[in-house]
Design a binder for this molecule. Structure first.
Ligand code: C2E
Ligand code: CA
Ligand code: CA
Length: 751
């Protein structure tokens, strides 16, 4: 009896212990699972928010730079109203803005669609008058009857602010430009540092425009991470964070980060329902079950475990739904960059013993496709390209992953066993096949890609760093117009740093006259006498080093500073010619290079004329060099400007003939005086055989059209002899002389 009793007692104790242990395990497991899933969801949000923040900042930065540069070229007064309106209208077409506003210092403004406005009371106008370039708070605009955000920058004449240039984004466009809403599952909005909403998409209910985030969550139940007070504190200190709240029984994951502009914040929110629909009910179910069916604990254990598994599967399934909308590009359905990084990292970690190569590429001059055929067609081309790449990956059983990054830019990670990505000629074949795949869409327009490539070190798996490297290689491929893949080199990183440094110093370098003009003499082939020169800019740094244009011009083309620099060089040339006249020196024409960016400026010709008149230089002594590639872009607008330049009396020169879509046919209708034949004809062996034939017919044709021919970059005697034989007029090249300083030029050739 006693024995029976004590056996029962022992059994009960064992049972109690066993059950307690079971419960404990069950709760620990459930908690861990919950935490793990939430953490993954937060990680997803964090990646997304970083991406959005980058997009936003890059966009605003680039737009700020471009309006600052534009401000150098515009000025409003009632008598140039019409010119400014049409200039504004044409500029808007090439930008992300809905309209531009140009104002004098009293706030009298015109919009690019021809409306008169008074900006005086606008705070962005007042800030810009004080010299700031700012992004405004949203406000209602009577120009387009919508809510807009404006970028505003001062217009200077010398030290003085004489007006303001402002450019407006429609708030509703912001969603396409900056903040996709991931199908309404997760969404982003922008607030100021007090939490007031500046932009918010329509299809969500947490907070809308002009409400306050912190008010909206004041009644919310805090669950985990940052409390409302933490959030307020952190936003004041411009820090980011995350939080889990329950609002009206809906759990919300909130991730927020400062935007680095105006103290604004980007906030991303995902309803937790996206990852757990039955989070609470399962806990309840299991408690009731455990309580009531104590005796059937073994059954319960099995059932609970089964429920757990089912539940976690469901959670994972809905988490993957969030991932689908967050990680795939909506236009092409290819993975996007965050997804690419995740997958690539996994692949690299899984097989550290294999070699991989990463490739980034885009269509060369994709902008032209958008310009010539329209935005819709641009999208169709991107989709066709995405299909082509996916199919190729499938056909080749790609061991790796791929993504669309932005616009026409794609990334591929592949094992190096796949020779396609390692050899130049196979990349050319890739181009050919892509071109073929797209011909039914855009006909004969030749599709060519620019490739950046990076061969990973064995075991390398820092994917952010790897993508950064291939980005740099791609950037170089684009700048240097390399036809084949440009491979990453560690010097590119230095170069990126150097570029940032150049951007920081360029304005002050201009002010302190660090830019200087070199001249390269041109020789008549018959007489071998100097008949003119080309102005080529150099940057003499404060250290004394002399930088060639290849170091800074591609960058200035991207950031718009070239507009300012070209005018500076032009003014120097005017001064030089004026000095020759005053000092009764030999007067020879000088040519000046102009970037194609000037062509969007309707005042371009007028500005040049004004400067030439200021120095009283007859315009026939000045030759304007424009590169041939712009012809293809915009033949009509280009034609108009060429005719204007010509009727002002400038000599016109078509630069770099032979590097682009060379078309002598197009030249027939344009008032071109000089054709500059590019050095590729004399330097590149590919051109050597075919080049001679082409050159001969170019010379014949030019003679018929009465166009003077200048061969550039000629270094060898046999090329000189050949050029003379086929009737080339002038040669500019190292064979005769390198570019030399203006002073040396005056001494030698204009005594
Ligand atoms: P470009 O207009 O085609 O100028 C000719 C380039 O060829 C110059 O390079 C010149 O130094 C180089 N060159 C001349 N003869 C020879 C030769 O025999 N052999 C070789 N290998 N090269 C020769 P540079 O001065 O480095 O200028 C490079 C490019 O930078 C120019 O090409 C032009 O597109 C641009 N650039 C230079 N100055 C300006 C400027 O003030 N404004 C703008 N927008 N672009 C400029
Ligand atoms: Ca040139
Ligand atoms: Ca040239």
């Amino acid at each position: 009896m006693y024995f029976k009793k004590s056996k029962f007692f022992l059994l009960s104790i064992f049972l109690i212990f066993f059950l307690s242990a079971l419960f404990l395990c069950f709760f620990i497991y459930q908690n861990a699972l919950e935490k793990n899933l939430n953490q993954t969801a937060f990680e997803t949000l964090e990646e997304l928010i970083t991406q959005q923040k980058l997009n936003f900042n890059e966009r605003v930065d680039a737009d700020m730079k471009s309006i600052k540069n534009l401000a150098n070229f515009v000025c409003y007064s009632p008598d140039n109203r019409d010119v400014m309106v049409s200039l504004g209208a044409s500029l808007v077409q090439n930008t992300n803005f809905d309209y531009l506003l140009l104002s004098d210092q009293n706030g009298h403004a015109i919009s690019s669609n021809g409306l008169n406005l008074d900006l005086q009371s606008r705070s962005y106008f007042q800030a810009a008058l004080k010299g700031e370039t700012i992004l405004s708070q949203p406000s209602f605009s009577s120009v387009n009857n919508s809510l807009v955000i404006s970028l505003a920058t001062p217009i200077y004449r010398g030290e003085q602010v004489v007006g303001v240039l402002a450019a407006a984004y429609k708030l509703s466009d912001l969603s396409d430009l900056i903040l996709p809403s991931y199908g309404g599952r997760a969404f982003a909005f922008i607030t100021d540092r007090e939490g007031s909403v500046i932009y918010s998409p329509n299809n969500q209910t947490l907070v809308s425009y002009q409400q306050n985030l912190f008010d909206s969550i004041s009644k919310a139940e805090f669950i985990q991470y940052d409390t409302r007070d933490d959030m307020i504190k952190k936003t004041h200190e411009q820090r980011g964070g995350k939080s889990l709240f329950s609002v009206q029984n809906h759990k919300l994951l909130i991730q927020y980060a400062p935007l680095d502009i105006n103290g604004w914040y980007i906030v991303m929110v995902a309803p937790e329902s996206v990852i757990s629909t039955q989070a609470d009910s399962i806990a309840k179910d299991s408690t009731t079950l455990t309580g009531s069916v104590l005796a059937l604990f073994s059954l319960l254990t099995i059932y609970t475990l089964y429920l757990q598994k089912k539940h976690s599967d469901e959670k994972l399934a809905s988490l993957s739904e969030l991932e689908t909308v967050a990680y795939y590009d909506s236009l092409t359905t290819l993975p996007n960059l965050p997804k690419f990084k995740r997958d690539a990292k996994e692949i690299l970690l899984a097989h550290p013993d294999r070699r991989y190569v990463i490739l980034k590429f885009d269509i060369h001059n994709f902008k032209i496709i958008n310009e010539l055929y329209g935005f819709e067609m641009g999208n169709t081309v991107i989709c066709a390209m995405a299909n082509f790449i996916s199919k190729m990956a499938k056909d080749r059983n790609l061991i790796g992953t791929l993504a669309r990054v932005t616009a026409d830019e794609f990334l591929i990670l592949a094992e190096t066993d796949d020779a396609l990505f390692l050899q130049s000629d196979t990349l050319i074949a890739f181009d050919d096949k892509l071109h073929e795949a797209l011909t039914h869409i855009i006909g004969a327009h030749r599709i060519e890609c620019r490739y950046g490539r990076y061969l990973l070190d064995l075991g390398e798996n820092d994917i952010t760093n790897i993508v950064e490297k291939v980005n740099l290689a791609h950037r170089v491929a684009k700048d240097e117009q390399t036809k084949y893949a440009c491979d990453y080199h560690h010097s590119f990183k230095d170069r990126a740093l150097r570029e940032a440094d150049i951007e920081n110093r360029m304005e002050s370098a201009l002010a302190t006259e660090e830019f200087t003009v070199f001249l390269q003499p041109k020789y008549d082939l018959q007489t071998e006498l100097v008949v003119g020169a080309e102005a080529l800019v150099r940057w003499r740094e404060s250290t004394g080093a002399l930088l060639p244009p290849s170091e800074f011009i591609p960058l200035f083309e991207r950031n718009g500073f070239i507009l300012t620099l070209d005018m500076y060089v032009f003014e120097h040339v005017c001064q030089l010619l004026s000095r020759c006249m005053q000092e009764h020196r030999t007067l020879l024409p000088i040519s000046v290079n102009f970037s194609k960016l000037h062509l969007t400026n309707l005042n371009f010709v007028k500005n040049l004329s004004k400067l030439a008149d200021k120095y009283q230089v007859p315009k026939k002594w000045i030759e304007i060099e424009l590169t041939e590639s712009i012809l293809f872009n915009n033949e009509e607008a280009f034609g108009i400007i060429l005719h204007q330049l010509h009727s002002e009396g400038f000599t016109l020169s078509m630069d770099d003939f032979g590097t682009g879509y060379s078309s002598l046919g197009l030249l027939k209708n344009l008032p071109v005086d000089v054709l500059k034949i590019d050095k590729v004809f004399f330097s590149d062996t590919i051109y050597k055989d075919r080049g001679k034939l082409v050159l001969e017919s170019v010379m014949q044709m030019a003679r018929k059209l009465n166009i003077c021919t200048v061969a550039e970059g000629v270094e060898r005697k046999d090329d000189i002899d050949f050029l003379r034989a086929v009737g080339c007029d002038i040669v500019q090249g190292y064979y005769f002389s390198m570019p030399i300083s203006s002073e040396e030029y005056l001494k030698k050739f204009a005594p």
